[in-house]
Design a protein around this ligand. Structure first.
Ligand SMILES: [Zn+2]
Ligand SMILES: [Zn+2]
Ligand SMILES: [Zn+2]
Length: 137
């Protein structure tokens, strides 16, 4: 998979279009365009994927991406928006219907949720992540 690297463009009206770039998490070099999933991760405060293997400097020596645990709230849309009238819902606290699980942020996949207000996990990889240990059959 090759990451596009869109150069900055100057539009006909003189304004500039700049595509946000992703920096390598190993050496800090820019490796190409920020992907949509990296953008939503940044917005959601989720750890960004490890991209050292895409980097020409770090790639040859980069280890497997490091698994990172994160908490994931699961429940109804109304509950997750704290708009429901279940017991326990109050400012900045979910109601009793909302469960919390720990998943691997690196090996789970996410998609923008209702009205892009938050993310939903399309695949939740339970923690401890099975990708975490070296697989020796
Ligand atoms: Zn690098
Ligand atoms: Zn993992
Ligand atoms: Zn609720």
């Amino acid at each position: 998979m090759t990451r596009p690297n869109t150069p900055d463009r100057v539009n006909s009206d003189g304004s500039k279009t700049i595509t946000t770039k992703r920096a390598c998490n190993g050496c800090g070099d820019l490796i190409g365009d920020l992907t949509d999933s990296e953008f939503t991760a940044a917005v959601a405060g989720r750890p960004l994927p490890d991209v050292r293997r895409e980097c020409t400097t770090c790639g040859p020596t980069a280890p497997e991406p490091t698994c990172t645990p994160m908490k994931l709230a699961s429940g109804d849309v109304l509950c997750l928006e704290m708009e429901c009238d279940h017991d326990g819902v109050r400012d900045n606290s979910y109601c009793e219907e909302v469960g919390e699980e720990v998943v691997c942020a690196i090996h789970s996949t996410f998609a923008p949720g209702f009205e892009d207000a938050y993310e939903v996990a399309t695949h939740a990889e339970p923690w401890p992540c099975k990708h975490n240990k070296a697989v020796t059959p």
